[in-house]
Structure formats: C-alpha cells, structure tokens
Design a protein around this ligand. Structure first.
Ligand code: G3P
Ligand code: CA
Length: 354
C-alpha cells in the first residue's frame, strides 16, 4: 500500500464508549498479537531485525508476506516490486533489470523478485518504506538483508527455544495467481518449508493467509494447517471476477469461506467502520457472524501514528505524531476479535493485557 501524507482535521473529540460483547471464541480462545511485517513501526519491515524486535516485545506470531525469487525461493517482501523497500535502485549492476509489468491488473515499473536469484537478492539491503512518517527507522536502512522464509522459520524456532514461548508464523502468499502464471507457484515451496520445521496440521503455530481465493482452496486440499481468508473493505480478490470482498463478508458469504478456511483477516473497517468525522462508529455483525461459523477473526492493521488513527485517538495534528493506538485496539478487542495485526507490538501486548 502506498501512503501519502494528508492534511489532518484539527478537531479532536471524545472517544465513544464500546460495549463489551461476549462471543464464543473459535480455535484456542486466545487473543493473538500478530506482528505485522515484524515490529515494522520501529524497524524496516520484513527484516530479521524487525521480527526479532517483535518477538522481544511479546508477539505471539510474526507475519511475513511471501514472494518468490527466480530460483523459486520464498522471501519476505510485501510486493514483488522491491524498489520501495530495498536499495536495488542504487545498484548499477542491476540497472538493466528495471522493467514494467502488469501485476494483478496494475502496471508497475521497477525491479521484481522473480528476476533475481536468491544470491543476487542477498546483495541488497532493506530500507524503511515510510520515511516521511517513520524517520527514526531510517537509522536502520542498509543494515538488514531480505530474509528467506527458511530464515524466518529458523528464527521463530530458535526464539521459541530461547524464550520458552511459542513464536508462531503467519505467512501470506502475495500475488499467488500471478506467481502461478509465471511458473513459480507458492504452494509447493511453502508447504515444503513448513514441513521442514514440523508444521503439518492445525496444532502447529501457523496460519497461512491470502487475499485471493483459489490458492487457499488448493492449499485446503493439500494441508491441514490453518488457513485465513483476507478481506479488504472494498474491491474483489485478484483471482475472482464475480466475487467482491463486501459480499464475502456477509453472513451468507462467510458460509462459503468456512468451507475452506479457519478464519478471516478483515480490513478493520469491516469490524468497526469510521464515521464521517473519522471516529470509530458502531461495530458490525462480522465478528458474531464469523464466530457462529467457527471462523476466527484477525483484523488489520493497527498503527500508532496519527496518520492512521481515528480522530479521537490522534494526538495533535502532525501526521507523524504518536496517538493512542491502545484505545483503538481496546475498542476492537471489545468486539470479541481473536487477534490483531499491528506494526506496534508493544502497544498491542499492553492493550491485550489491559
Ligand atoms: O495480512 C494482513 C495484512 O497484512 C494485509 O495487508 O497489505 O499489509 O499485507 P498487507
Ligand atoms: Ca500481510
């Protein structure tokens, strides 16, 4: 997602009270803190440094978005186009790899993971995606490699042993139908790597997530690991022409999701929409509808900067200012959700404990 800075409304209003709604929780009944791209509010996203900090701060799960290299290796990047989050554009030796492609219907110009071997990709270094909002994170630019999924699973295993906690992994298949079309499907390497670490069934600390549908259906036929259907506030999955996310999020639509998935990962606006003034509005029935089908609900993404917060949780008018994301999280926790994706793990752990 690209973010441009906007002018903020200066008026702050009081936070609305939210009723606690008792819900039967599916899965194991815990509320999970899922470190979105690691502790990406404080380190460049999708780096071992970001994941390590997230674990130190108490994350239950670390979240890698996964794309593939030319030689079929899964690596953690939010997009297969890597100029926003690495120094690839500064490397003269890769200047001729710059190209234009159409990904999920969008024309994009840049450098793409599928045009690099893993060895080539490993010569790059990660950089902060949002330097305008997260200037302090730029101190870590150039320090971290693009990690492989193997390295992330190894980190989770090592940190589980070191901390005595179970550190789960929550991989997302990015652009799965695109990668399948170019002969690099996610499913084989994804399941092989998870199996290497002993993750083979619903008891494993693993959720596999996707915004698309068909790859989840394919995975359902191949694995007993838990699957999460992601849903945006609007639009359609890239691999569906007739199905929209709003339709998928209805009580009827969720029945179909429940035939292949164990939970949903909705845009948080599908759980509590914002009012016209930009405050949190009334919760929808999505959590109750999903729970009635045994589906867990893990909304995204909670971020502490004013730029992302509801009006009442902002602190001042500087988009970079740090507002009260814990208050936003607590309003969502009161709806009965089962987990939260956050760039700010420490705040999520604190909100959960309160
Ligand atoms: O996977 C949940 C959330 O991460 C979805 O949004 O764009 O950050 O992958 P995105
Ligand atoms: Ca993701």
């Amino acid at each position: 997602m690209k973010h441009s800075l906007l002018v903020f409304a200066a008026l702050l209003s009081a936070c609305s009270p939210f009723e606690s709604q008792a819900m039967e929780k599916p899965l194991d009944g815990q509320v999970l803190v899922i470190a979105h791209r690691g502790a990406s509010g404080e380190r460049p996203e999708h780096t071992l440094g970001s994941y390590k900090l997230a674990i130190e701060q108490g994350a239950d799960y670390i979240e890698p978005d996964l794309v593939l290299t030319k030689d079929g290796v899964l690596v953690a990047r939010h997009e297969n186009e890597i100029s926003e989050t690495t120094d690839v554009a500064d490397k003269a030796k890769f200047a001729d790899r710059k190209t234009t492609k159409t990904i999920d219907g969008q024309k994009m110009t840049g450098w793409f993971t599928e045009d690099f071997t893993l060895a080539e990709l490993k010569t790059l270094r990660a950089k902060e995606r949002l330097p305008q909002l997260r200037k302090a994170n730029m101190a870590y630019d150039g320090q971290f490699e693009v990690p492989t999924f193997d390295e992330i699973l190894a980190l989770a295993k090592a940190e589980s042993a070191a901390t005595g906690r179970t550190i789960g992994v929550y991989p997302e298949t990015k652009h799965p139908s695109y990668f399948t079309a170019i002969g690099l499907p996610h499913e084989g390497p994804l399941l092989a790597m998870l199996t290497k670490y002993g993750h083979v069934d619903k008891s494993a600390p693993v959720f596999i997530q996707s915004f698309e549908v068909e790859n989840l259906r394919v995975l359902r036929g191949k694995t007993k690991l838990r699957l999460i259907q992601l849903m945006d506030e609007k639009g359609s999955p890239a691999d569906q022409s007739d199905l929209t996310y709003p339709a998928m999020a209805t009580a009827e639509g969720l029945k179909t999701v429940a035939t292949y998935a164990d939970g949903i990962g909705p845009n948080k606006a599908l759980v509590i929409p914002r009012t016209l003034m930009g405050n949190l509005g009334e919760p929808t029935t999505l959590v109750a509808d999903a729970h009635s089908l045994g589906l867990a609900v893990h909304p995204w993404t909670f971020r502490r900067e004013n730029y992302f917060l509801p009006l009442a949780q902002k602190s001042g008018i500087d988009p970079r200012g740090i507002g009260d994301v814990k208050a936003e999280m607590k309003a969502f926790l009161a709806t009965g959700i089962d987990g939260i994706f956050s760039d700010n793990v420490a705040e999520a752990v604190a909100a959960k404990s309160q």
